[in-house]
Ligand binder design. Structure first.
Ligand code: PRP
Length: 212
């Protein structure tokens, strides 16, 4: 039995659709209600978890496969897994964003940057050789410049609606993001056939979609 951890929410919805298009049974996922752990007709055991916890389940060998955003992979220190497939869903990007005055502003003090992704933000400014103060927020990072806590933010942008509705704009694109399929290294040794069958079916569908 193949054990899969799927990131709850947007990724879960898009990945379920991709599974369906790849020929897998998804009714048991659609009818799961509040269940956190289910079995499907294809002999998959699926658990639904928060992104960071998907990595924890991979790290401890609880699941063979994780379905997770590249944003979480960038931010996490655990790297002992194989990233097998770019699923071409959950596409968005990290960006430095602020209000329109930011570009013209002369900064006499260290800039303050709000983010949910301090590791990504630190790496971005280190590359620019800029010393900034990173302030971690847990959500609605856009509040940083809105309430004048920070000068700018490093955050994910998908449609750009949140920025627009809060009078913010992209100053610089930082990194492209999409959902990835990651695999526990030990699982790949012992369940390689099952894993590659699953991966191949998904990959075929992804290619078809790209060709359309
Ligand atoms: C993410 C991100 C932005 C928003 C961008 O937040 O942090 O706030 O989506 O999407 P858009 O460009 O389509 O408007 P999410 O909705 O995951 O919630 P959060 O702010 O609580 O993290």
């Amino acid at each position: 039995m193949l054990k899969i951890a799927i990131t709850k929410g947007r990724i879960e919805k898009q990945f379920t659709e991709l599974m369906k298009e790849s020929g897998f049974e998804i009714e048991s996922i659609q009818n799961k209600n509040r269940k956190l752990c289910i079995e499907t007709k294809d002999n998959f055991k699926i658990i639904f978890a928060k992104a960071n916890d998907v990595i924890t389940f991979i790290e401890h060998g609880i699941v063979d496969i994780g379905i997770i955003g590249k944003d979480t992979l960038y931010e996490n220190d655990f790297e002992d897994y194989y990233e097998i497939l770019d699923l071409n869903i959950g596409k968005c990007y990290f960006a430095l964003c602020s209000n329109k005055e930011y570009k013209e502003k002369e900064f006499s003090k260290r800039k303050k940057i709000a983010t949910k992704y301090p590791k990504v933000a630190r790496a971005f400014f280190e590359e620019k050789k800029e010393d900034v103060e990173i302030i971690k927020l847990e959500g609605s990072v856009e509040l940083g410049p809105l309430v004048e806590l920070t000068d700018a933010i490093i955050d994910l942008v998908e449609t750009g609606t949140t920025l627009k509705e809060n009078n913010l704009e992209v100053i610089e694109r930082v990194k492209e993001i999409s959902t990835r399929l990651i695999v526990n290294k030990v699982s790949l040794k012992f369940k390689s056939q099952e894993i590659y069958f699953f991966v191949d079916q998904l990959e075929k569908r992804i290619k078809e979609e790209k060709e359309c």
